[in-house]
Design a protein around this ligand. Structure first.
Ligand code: BES
Ligand code: MN
Ligand code: MN
Length: 464
C-alpha cells in the first residue's frame, strides 16, 4: 500500500493532465450535435483503461451512446468489484454565464478550494470522479496488483436517464457479475467532514405541452376571450403545491415511507448551516415542505419542480401576442417506496384533470429511476468507511443524497447487487451549473482512498 501511495504522489501531475485532456472532449449526451464527441470520449477512456492495465477493454455500442468496459480477473474465486461511472456530461448552457469556456479546463483557487480546482463541464460530474478510479487502478496494478477482481463499466447516458444500461446489463449479465458496485458520483459534506452516500432519490421526468388557439393571436384583439395556454400552464403548475409546500397530486404520497423519529434525528445530525446555505445561493430565505428541515427536504422527501418553461414571444423587445402553446419540463424526485411509472401516471391523470376549458394538454414521459437506500451494516460500507477514515483522519458520516443515479436501484433490483457510493465532490462544486469545478484536493484524495477500499474490502470479505 505504501508503494501505491508513493506512486500516486509521484504521478500526480500526469494524472491531472490526462484528466484535463478528457475534459476537453464535449461529451454532452443530451444533444445529438455532440454524438461524435461522446464517441470520442469513449475512445479516449478506453485507451486510458488499456494503458492502466485493464484487460478485455471494449466499447460496446448501444441504441444510444456506447458503454466502455474493461476488467482484471486475478482469480475467479476471489470477490469482484464492479466500478461504475459515466463519461457523459450535462449541456454547458447557459454558456455565457461561464467565466471560462466549459470545455477548456482551467485551474483556479477558490475560498473552498485553496489548493485549486479544475473548472470545466464534467470536472466533478463525473469525468473527474470516474478518472480517479482509472488512476487508482493503475497505481495498484503497477505496484503488486489489485487484491481482488475488478471490472469497469462506464456509461455515456447517465445524464439522460441511463435508458440503455439495463438492456446492456441483462445481455452481458455473466460478464458483469460482481459482488458489489463501487461508484464515485456523489459528494462529501466538506473537505474536513467525509461522508458516504447511503441513499439516492428516484426520478420521474415529464414534458408537458398545453395548446390553446390553433395559432398565435393578437393579444389585444383576442386577449380576454380565449384561454391563454401560458397563463393556464402557470396556474396548473402553481396549483400542484399547497400553502404548506405539499404536492397536491392525489395519491402522490401514498407509498412514501415516513422515517422514524430516530431516523429523522439522524438525518438532522449532519452538519448544516442555514446561514451559509442561504449565503452561498444568494437567497434571503429558505422554503419547502412544512414540517421538514432543509436536510430532509433535499434528501428524504419527494419534490416536484419545473426545470424549464417556455412559450410565446421571448425575443428582444415586446411583441403583443397571445401564444398558441406553452411547454414545461418537470422533475419529480422520489423517495422509497415511490414507483417512477406510477408517479408519472398520477401526474398525467392529474394534469389532464386540472386543465382549464379552452386548452388541451399532452404529457410526454422522459426518463425515470427508482430511489435507493444502501445499508451501512455491510462489508462494503465498512470498507469504504475505513478507507475514508484513514485518508481523512475522521470516520465518514452516512448521509442520504438528493440526486438520482439510476444504476444503483437497477443493479439491486435486477442482480441483487448493492452499491457503495463513495463520492468525493462537494455540493458547492456547481455540477449541472455554470462554472462546474472539482477540487484538486478532492481528485487526489479520491485516488488515494480508492486503493484502501479495495484492500479493506478484500480482507473483510476473506474473513467473512
Ligand atoms: N451525479 C449526479 C447525481 C448526484 C449528484 C447524486 C450529487 C448525489 C449528489 C448524476 O450525474 C445526476 O445528475 N443524475 C441525474 C439523474 C438522471 C436520471 C438524469 C439527476 O439527479 O438529475
Ligand atoms: Mn453524475
Ligand atoms: Mn449529473
Amino acid at each position: 500500500m505504501k508503494n501505491v501511495q508513493t506512486y500516486i504522489s509521484k504521478n500526480k501531475r500526469r494524472f491531472l493532465n490526462e484528466l484535463l485532456d478528457f475534459l476537453r472532449i464535449p461529451s454532452v449526451s443530451a444533444d445529438p450535435k455532440f454524438a461524435k464527441d461522446v464517441k470520442k470520449a469513449a475512445q479516449f477512456l478506453k485507451a486510458r483503461m488499456d494503458e492502466a492495465g485493464l484487460d478485455k477493454t471494449k466499447i460496446y455500442p448501444t441504441k444510444g451512446h456506447p458503454i466502455v468496459y474493461g476488467e482484471k480477473i486475478i482469480d475467479p474465486k476471489l470477490p469482484t468489484v464492479l466500478v461504475y461511472g459515466h463519461y457523459d456530461v450535462q449541456p454547458p448552457d447557459p454558456v455565457e454565464l461561464w467565466d471560462s469556456p466549459p470545455f477548456e479546463p482551467v485551474i483556479k483557487k477558490t475560498k473552498i478550494h485553496p489548493q485549486g480546482a479544475i473548472f470545466a463541464r464534467g470536472a466533478c460530474d463525473d469525468k473527474g470522479q470516474l478518472y480517479m478510479h482509472v488512476k487508482a487502478f493503475e497505481a495498484m496494478q503497477k505496484n503488486g496488483g489489485v487484491p481482488c477482481n475488478v471490472k469497469f463499466m462506464i456509461e455515456g447516458e447517465e445524464e439522460v436517464g441511463s435508458d440503455n444500461l439495463e438492456i446492456f446489463c441483462k445481455k452481458y449479465s455473466k460478464m458483469l457479475s460482481s459482488d458489489v458496485v463501487l461508484l464515485s458520483d456523489t459528494s462529501v459534506i466538506d473537505n474536513k467532514t467525509p461522508s458516504v452516500t447511503v441513499g439516492l432519490r428516484g426520478l420521474s421526468y415529464v414534458e408537458v405541452e398545453v395548446t390553446g388557439p390553433n395559432k398565435d393571436l393578437h393579444s389585444g384583439v383576442y386577449g380576454g376571450g380565449v384561454t391563454n395556454p401560458v397563463n393556464a400552464l402557470c396556474q396548473m403548475i402553481a396549483s400542484m403545491h399547497d400553502l404548506n409546500g405539499h404536492i397536491t397530486i392525489p395519491g402522490f404520497y401514498n407509498e412514501v415511507v415516513e422515517l422514524s423519529s430516530d431516523e429523522r434525528k439522524f438525518v438532522n445530525k449532519a452538519p448544516f448551516s442555514e446561514a451559509a446555505y442561504k449565503k452561498s445561493l444568494g437567497i434571503k430565505d429558505i422554503s419547502g415542505e412544512r414540517g421538514y428541515s432543509t436536510l430532509e427536504r433535499t434528501s428524504t422527501r419527494p419534490t416536484l419542480d419545473v426545470n424549464g418553461i417556455w412559450g410565446g414571444y421571448i425575443g428582444e423587445g415586446a411583441k403583443t401576442v397571445l401564444p398558441s402553446k406553452a411547454f414545461a419540463k418537470i422533475s419529480m424526485r422520489l423517495v422509497p417506496n415511490q414507483h417512477p411509472d406510477k408517479i408519472t401516471k398520477l401526474f398525467t391523470d392529474h394534469f389532464k384533470k386540472i386543465a382549464p376549458p379552452g386548452v388541451t394538454v399532452v404529457v410526454r414521459p422522459h426518463h425515470g429511476g427508482f430511489p435507493a437506500v444502501t445499508p451501512t451494516n455491510t462489508i462494503e460500507y465498512k470498507a469504504a468507511s475505513m478507507a475514508m477514515k484513514t485518508t481523512y483522519g475522521k470516520e465518514p458520516i452516512p448521509v442520504r443524497g438528493g440526486g438520482s443515479i439510476p444504476i444503483v436501484a437497477m443493479f439491486e433490483k435486477v442482480f441483487g447487487v448493492k452499491s457503495v457510493l463513495m463520492g468525493f465532490g462537494l455540493d458547492s462544486d456547481d455540477i449541472h451549473s455554470p462554472n462546474e469545478h472539482y477540487g484538486l484536493f478532492n481528485f487526489y484524495k479520491g485516488i488515494e482512498t480508492i486503493p484502501l477500499f479495495f484492500e479493506n474490502y478484500s480482507k473483510l470479505k476473506a474473513k467473512s
